[in-house]
Design a protein around this ligand. Structure first.
Ligand code: G3H
Length: 539
């Protein structure tokens, strides 16, 4: 097969109309304190990873621009969130769960009306295939509805009193305060909303910073946020993270930091808070998930799951397989079949049917991956698949690298791109040792048809990572399963239910079981004078 990367890019006029952006989106406003505030300062230009052919060669297509605000606007947004929370006395944190759910339902209806433009922007901003961009939107809406159902269940369980050892109590989950929420570029809508929505629905107020790649797609949703929630409950901050975020943390007014990104950034931000004990962090961080393919694995299955695990969305998933250990006795066969399957993957523009490999949004990524390949070659590895590592502008053709060893960057660094480092092993202790020494601990995939081998791996590995996948790639879903990690890979647990817990704390109202106290409780409940102390049941 020959690979002509030039041919994957289109001329502007050849882009199918149904996938083209009708116009560039030049955002000149942002949501803060219940208003869309105008912006006339500095802006950041947004260039798509999708290049177009021009008479001057390939050019990343400009799709719009967004505000680069300063510390002043982010501090004003912080004050808006602090005042909407009002030490837990604001309209939002004291609102009944049923009413908060109604606001989130209103928002979701308005969000769905914007589906077409948001999906297109996901595709244009980060180069995700159109099919996967639709999936990302739909999965997010499903997640919101599942969150609402889970909260109803939690609320139903808390809508009564408990009597223990002569004490009557009602126990509910309460909000934590002001949440600073920052999402990643690879799932700019979904992963952002899997923290933002639970944080919001539990009664917290928010400062939301959209990801650097994947900013514009949130713009069409700002009006829905503005009109669905009380003033100051959702506030956006735009600008360079390293400029505007430190001051927010130093203020000590952020109660929860939720970030899907790098452990380096998370560590440095946490340290800026003047009272770290007052800060809760819910973090999804780096990962270097390994596949371990034993000699009695079904090679076809291991190959197809490795392709999915390492190359879905060009390997830009935190859950991607980023290193593959294969038993030396089957390594050559595995590499041959893996190369064949990678060679069958369709590459091209994100709107093309069946496309898997698309341009990558980080401008420096192809150069970084090339550097990783050069480094691996200098330490004795080869790129074993045809055209592996060929690159043109924003596109990088996947490379299978073998044999990888501990001297190479690819052995430790999270490549977050379409490179598959393969390490041969003789003894299962070798990949186990790798995981023990790794600074990451998210997931692992183990491949074998031998129950004894699988069980010998399960017990050591469940204490190294947070999910052991048998004969399948690593993944986050189903969203009802706990998603977390050890070491530098995560802090806190996300899932539909766990996220609701993560963004809240249990509070209780308790009294001695006396006649006069019972009379008081009955009066409060009967008059519906408290939203907390209440036996109202959400049907
Ligand atoms: O980037 C990390 C995502 O949470 C991965 O989710 O496994 O469903 O692709 P996924």
């Amino acid at each position: 097969m020959d690979v002509d990367l030039e041919r994957i890019f289109f001329r502007e006029e050849d882009i199918p109309k149904e996938y083209a952006l009708l116009e560039q989106i030049d955002q000149r406003e942002f949501l803060s304190n219940g208003e869309m505030l105008p912006w006339s300062g500095q802006v950041s230009e947004v260039f798509s990873p999708i290049c177009v052919k021009t008479k001057d060669g390939l050019k990343r297509k400009r799709i719009g621009s967004y505000p680069v605000c300063t510390e002043k606007e982010s501090m004003e947004a912080l004050e808006a969130a602090v005042s909407a929370y009002d030490n837990g006395r604001g309209a939002w944190p004291t609102m009944s769960v049923a009413d908060r759910i109604a606001c989130v339902e209103t928002f979701t209806r308005k969000m769905i009306e914007k589906k077409d433009v948001v999906v297109k922007l996901i595709m244009w901003e980060i180069g995700k295939s159109f099919t996967d961009s639709i999936k990302e939107f739909d999965r997010t809406v499903e997640y919101i509805y599942a969150t609402i159902d889970a909260l109803k269940d939690i609320d139903r369980d808390s809508s009564g009193f408990k009597i223990e050892q002569g004490i009557i109590a009602q126990i509910r989950r309460s909000p934590l305060g002001v949440v600073l929420c920052m999402g990643p570029f690879n799932y700019p809508l979904n992963e952002t909303f899997t923290t933002l929505i639970p944080a919001l629905i539990m009664g917290n107020t928010l400062l939301f910073k959209p990801p650097k790649h994947g900013t514009l797609l949130h713009y069409p949703l700002l009006e829905a946020f503005r009109t669905s929630f009380p003033k100051g409950v959702v506030n956006t901050i735009y600008g360079r993270g390293n400029k505007i975020v430190p001051q927010l943390m130093q203020s000590g007014k952020i109660n929860v930091l939720t970030l899907i990104g790098s452990s380096r950034v998370a560590d440095s931000l946490k340290k800026l808070h003047p009272k770290v004990n007052r800060l809760r962090a819910i973090l999804g961080l780096d990962a270097k998930n390994a596949a371990i393919i034993s000699k009695d694995a079904d090679i076809d299955l291991a190959v197809s799951e490795t392709v999915l695990g390492s190359l879905s969305f060009n390997g830009q998933r935190c859950t991607a397989l980023k290193i593959v250990y294969v038993h030396r006795s089957i390594a050559q066969e595995f590499l041959k079949r893996l190369s064949e399957e990678v060679g069958k993957l369709k590459y091209g523009m994100p709107w093309e049917k069946g496309v898997t490999l698309t341009p990558v949004p980080e401008p420096n990524k192809p150069a970084y991956l090339t550097e990783c390949l050069e480094d691996a070659k200098s330490h004795g590895a080869k790129v074993v698949n045809d055209h592996g590592g060929k690159t043109l502008e924003s596109f990088f053709y996947p490379a299978i690298v073998y044999p990888v060893n501990s001297k190479m960057k690819l052995y430790r660094e999270e490549q977050f791109g379409p490179v598959i480092p393969v390490v041969p092993f003789d003894d299962l202790e070798e990949p186990i040792e790798y995981l023990i020494e790794s600074s990451h601990g998210q997931q692992v995939s183990i491949f074998s048809n031998n129950a004894a081998v699988i069980s010998s791996l399960i017990d050591p590995l469940v204490n190294q990572v947070s999910r052991v996948n048998i004969n399948s790639q690593c993944q986050r879903g189903p969203d009802t399963f706990p998603f977390t990690g050890r070491k530098d890979s995560a802090e806190g647990t996300l899932s539909v239910v766990d996220a609701l817990r993560s963004f809240s704390i249990r509070s209780l109202v308790a009294t001695k079981n006396s006649e006069s106290n019972k009379k008081l409780l009955n009066e409060i409940v009967g008059d519906h004078s408290s939203n907390f102390l209440s036996t109202k049941f959400i049907f």
